[in-house]
Design a protein. Structure first.
Length: 295
């Protein structure tokens, strides 16, 4: 079992335009081939009039499953460079789908290879990656009187607290590096005067260096995601930068990047980068006044 692997931080979309052809790269973290193919089907449904939906995915912590498709583009000019970019970045458990709207100008084999591989690389830069570390799962069972202090100590010392369940006793699920198990047993005995119980479970992966991101508690959860996008032109090759609308969640703009968005959702509004004032506003006279294309 691999000690760690790198994967996508979040799902999202990034777009570039080359010689009037639009290339929209949708990336998503996935656990298996079913999820990867479901994501592909979703993108096809969102863009029914696009000429090509080329794709590639890498699964397994060791990258053991690798597949790609050119979807009608000349052989080896789309899916393969997309897959090569994922492997070059050492990505795992991720699917990439590049949707192309043909602009009337042929790019040639070399141009297609650069476009499909390049948009995947840019999308990875914009959306970000995380490293997941292998942990041993363990459950600490402790009485309510000591539970608060134990949980607080676990968090302040950087332990991967994954879940907290309240019942007759409190069960705290943590992720521990295998090498730290003996030291953890000793610490737990001292912290609870020997009253806590430790049960070891299987193995799982958690975000290295930031274990708190995987925390969850029993109970309702809420989340909000919004799509953010607006165009900015730079030379012959058009790229786009984005900023979330106030009051909604989404991705912050990446300096010099293309148009990107969080997971697809309906927009409630947008603010665009005014090139003359270098401020974000909604003025119709800015370079971003043209509405983004419908998806």
């Amino acid at each position: 079992m691999q000690e760690q692997y790198r994967t996508l931080a979040r799902e999202g979309v990034h777009e570039i335009e080359i010689n009037k052809s639009r290339f929209l790269c949708a990336l998503a973290p996935v656990a298996n081939e079913t999820e990867a193919l479901d994501f592909l089907a979703r993108i096809r449904k969102e863009h029914p009039t696009a000429r090509h939906h080329c794709w590639a995915y890498v699964l397994g912590a060791d990258g053991g499953v690798q597949k790609a498709s050119d979807d009608g583009e000349p052989g080896g000019t789309a899916g393969v460079p997309m897959l090569q970019m994922l492997l070059r970045r050492e990505m795992r458990f991720v699917v990439a789908v590049v949707t192309r709207y043909f602009g009337g100008v042929k790019l040639g084999a070399g141009g297609l290879i650069r476009a499909y591989g390049g948009v995947v690389g840019e999308a990875l830069d914009v959306l970000g990656t995380v490293t997941r570390q292998r942990f041993r799962l363990a459950t600490v069972t402790v009485d309510h009187q000591r539970a608060g202090r134990v949980e607080n100590d676990l968090r302040t010392t950087g332990r991967a607290v994954r879940e907290v369940t309240y019942g007759a006793e409190v069960r705290i699920e943590v992720g521990l590096p295998e090498a730290e198990l003996d030291a953890f047993r000793g610490w737990l005995a001292d912290a609870t005067a020997g009253t806590a119980r430790l049960e070891l479970g299987g193995e799982a992966y958690g975000e290295a260096g930031r274990p708190g991101r995987s925390d969850r508690r029993r109970g309702p959860r809420e989340s909000g995601r919004a799509r953010v996008e607006c165009p900015v032109r730079t030379g012959a090759r058009r790229r786009r930068a984005c900023q979330p609308v106030a009051g909604r969640t989404g991705a912050a703009p990446a300096s010099g990047g293309g148009r990107s968005s969080a997971v697809p959702a309906r927009e409630g509004g947008r603010r665009c980068l005014n090139s003359s004032t270098s401020t974000w506003d909604s003025s119709a006279g800015s370079d971003c006044s043209r509405p983004p294309p419908s998806t």
